[in-house]
Design a protein around this ligand. Structure first.
Ligand code: COS
Length: 389
């Protein structure tokens, strides 16, 4: 006799629960009807404030601060399948404001978080510098005491998403020269602070990116996020939370490219039949789908491990980000190839995805940095296992 089937099977780590799937469908519908029209009216390389405000009005930004890492991934994947501009605007609010949420004082949180959630204040995360990209601990933006208990920030940040149009920046600066990662502090710097200027950069990435120049910008203890000289941890723990979700963004783009490839190859006549009837084409879409699903599972697993507070989060987040962003590049490229020249025409969804998919292999830690993080953790674990009695 077959055992009775449970009415509602327990949630599996390998597939989403019905309510999670329903939420993803709702998000895709919202992205289609409410967000994409606003994104299409935006100007490439500029902050799209109506789009950010709509993300707030729809209650999506609230989730950046209240939901777990897996929910964050599901939101990013769902938005990315339909509207990458909405996805990125959503994610940047989280990256810039998470340090305020996690490390800010009550005054900082009260001033900035309600407006960020409502989509009325635009946030940015300012870590990279001309001389400190992958080697983030080499950052040189100087925070020098001015004798009154405050600091003056002097130097430059570059490749900062949402700069120079953001309303506030989480800025990482050097409070102790020569101390590497242990001499960095995080500050919340409002855009209107005297001495802070910026310029947009023309990049192969449709979202706004710019540089910031600090000319003796005054910050005091009320602007600190966390403790003096403990800012590197603020940066790294923020990245631990967001790296799997960059992978989710990539999975969403890969799925969109796969969907486009399936539709095109099923309908396109060539060589006396449909493209899909060619084995080389069928095998190609099978490979794209398999890699996309593997990336998705790695992303969900890393995010779920984060939510459960498991150990080894940095390595798992790195694996998810690395594998998913590299996979998305492969899948989008393969989808372009299956479409032929039409996919390269400006305005084609794949032409857009082809430009979007490149940057995530670099930002929030390049693929090579993710490999370094993973290897470091592997060797540390192996050494710890050896020391065990
Ligand atoms: N989570 C928590 N803490 C971390 C961490 C992580 N993922 N990575 C490093 N740390 C902590 C370490 O534990 C260490 O703390 P203690 O000083 O208390 O021991 C400190 O940070 C320094 O760590 P480490 O010596 O490993 O730092 P490195 O200088 O070797 O740099 C990498 C580590 C390369 C991983 C880091 O510079 C990095 O992530 N670079 C990429 C930066 C990036 O993502 N830029 C994009 C910006 S956003 S678009």
């Amino acid at each position: 006799m077959n055992p009775a089937k449970p009415a509602s099977p327990p949630p599996s780590p390998f597939s989403l629960a019905p309510d999670q799937r329903a939420r993803c469908e709702r998000l895709r519908a919202l992205a289609e009807t409410r967000l994409r029209p606003l994104a299409e009216r935006g100007e490439p390389g500029r902050v799209n404030r109506p789009l950010v405000a709509a993300l707030g009005e729809l209650g999506l930004l609230e989730g950046l601060f209240t939901s777990g890492a897996l929910d964050l991934c599901l939101t990013r994947e769902s938005l990315a399948r339909v509207c990458t501009e909405a996805e990125t605007a959503f994610a940047l609010q989280g990256l810039g404001a998470h340090p305020v949420h996690a490390y800010g004082s009550p005054a900082q949180r009260d001033r900035w978080l309600p407006r960020t959630r409502a989509g009325r204040a635009v946030a940015a995360f300012a870590l990279s510098e001309p001389g400190a990209g992958s080697d983030a601990a080499a950052l040189a933006l100087a925070a020098e005491p001015d004798g009154s208990g405050a600091w003056r920030l002097t130097g430059e940040k570059t490749w900062i998403s949402n700069a120079p149009e953001a309303d506030f920046y989480t800025v990482f600066a050097r409070t102790t020269p020569g101390a590497g990662a242990r001499g960095v502090s995080a500050f919340l710097v409002p855009a209107e602070r005297a001495g802070l200027t910026g310029a947009p950069l023309a990049m192969l990435s449709p979202h706004p990116i710019g540089s910031l120049a600090f000319d003796g910008v005054r910050v005091d203890s009320g602007d600190l996020l966390g403790e003096v000289d403990r800012g590197f941890r603020v940066a790294m723990t923020t990245l631990n939370r967001f790296r799997p979700s960059v992978g989710a963004f990539a999975v969403g783009m890969a799925q969109a490219a796969l969907d486009a490839a399936l539709a095109h190859t099923a309908g396109r006549d060539a060589f006396g039949g449909k493209l899909k009837d060619l084995q080389s084409v069928a095998h190609q879409v099978a490979e794209m789908a398999t890699r996309t699903e593997a990336a998705r599972l790695l992303v969900y697993a890393a995010a779920a491990a984060y939510d459960r507070g498991e150990s080894g989060i940095a390595g798992r987040a790195a694996m998810a980000k690395l594998f998913a962003t590299e996979t998305a590049q492969y899948v989008v490229d393969a989808a372009v190839q299956l479409h032929g020249a039409r996919a390269l025409q400006c305005g084609h969804p794949l032409e857009h995805l082809y430009r979007e998919v490149r940057a995530p292999r670099i930002y929030e830690g390049a693929t090579e940095v993710q490999r370094a993080v993973i290897a470091k953790e592997l060797y540390a674990n192996a050494a710890a296992a050896e020391e065990m009695p």
